[in-house]
Design a protein around this ligand. Structure first.
Ligand code: TPP
Length: 246
């Protein structure tokens, strides 16, 4: 334990203070935003379903810190924090939750369908796994059009048990698409634990039969998430090398 703390302290000391402050600001913004969202949901100001990112702040901020403006993000329905950490202001995001026209999706999407094309934030999808093949398709498009960047397919742990996940992995590797599968393991899919729902509980190993490299990272360590994503993002960009191959 002491060794882990020493390593974390050393990593923090190597970082620029302003960068750390920025990460802290973003994580706090996400936490406060979700606390208010929870309050407004209980007061029935927000209609429909509403999923929170409470406790996932370091995972989200670490991911977004590693991405470039060229990159695209597709997420599941638990996405408030992702769009905020991508730099979209909280006003239009909260307006969307309230179903207002000034919301990021014109008030027609709500909590599960946040969208901002300028920020390359391609939504919020309510069908478990729905975002995964879409992300692979977008990555294929980047490659086909020789455009820079990678695509992130964010999902929860239980999503790795869905058929569309495996179809997506297969085509992503077969066509060498510049895509990163980002699995947020919060331990449960609804009330079902990872151990009860997945024959392979080490989720990062699930890409192995598709020859897709996987790594596990501590989602509560913002720097570790950022550095791991940075490294794997570069690999995804390189592996998905743009070339005219059709
Ligand atoms: C195809 C499909 N099946 C079932 C559901 C109902 N459902 C909504 S969330 C969820 C659990 C997903 O868990 P996970 O992928 O771990 O994400 P988390 O909610 O934990 O972030 C289920 C089964 C759905 N939305 N879509």
């Amino acid at each position: 334990m002491a060794k882990v703390e020493d390593a974390t302290r050393a990593a923090l000391e190597r970082e620029d203070a302003e960068v750390l402050q920025h990460y802290y600001y973003q994580m706090l913004l996400l936490r406060r935003f979700e606390e208010r969202t929870s309050e407004m949901y209980v007061k029935a100001k927000i209609g429909g379903y509403c999923h929170l990112n409470l406790g996932e702040e370091a995972t989200i901020v670490g991911l977004m810190a590693a991405l470039t403006p060229d990159d695209y993000i597709f997420t599941n329905y638990r996405e408030h924090g992702y769009i905020l950490a991508r730099g979209v202001p909280p006003g239009p995001v909260m307006a969307e939750l309230f179903g207002k026209e000034t919301g990021v999706s014109g008030g027609r999407g709500g909590s599960m369908h946040l969208f901002d094309e300028k920020a390359h934030f391609m939504g919020g999808y309510a069908i478990v796994g729905g975002q995964v093949p879409l992300a692979v398709g977008a990555a294929y498009a980047l490659k086909y059009q020789s455009k820079p960047g990678v695509v992130v397919a964010q999902m929860g742990d239980a999503t790795t048990n869905i058929g569309a996940f495996y179809e997506s992995l297969n085509l992503a590797k077969l066509w060498n698409c510049p895509v990163l599968f980002f699995v947020v393991n919060n331990g449960y899919g609804m009330g079902t634990s990872v151990a009860a729902g997945s024959s392979e509980p080490d989720l990062y190993k699930k890409g192995a039969s598709f020859r897709i490299h996987g790594e596990r990272v501590d989602g509560t360590n913002v720097l570790e998430v950022r550095d791991t994503v940075r490294r794997l993002r570069e690999k995804a960009e390189k592996d998905g090398e743009r070339r005219s191959w059709m």
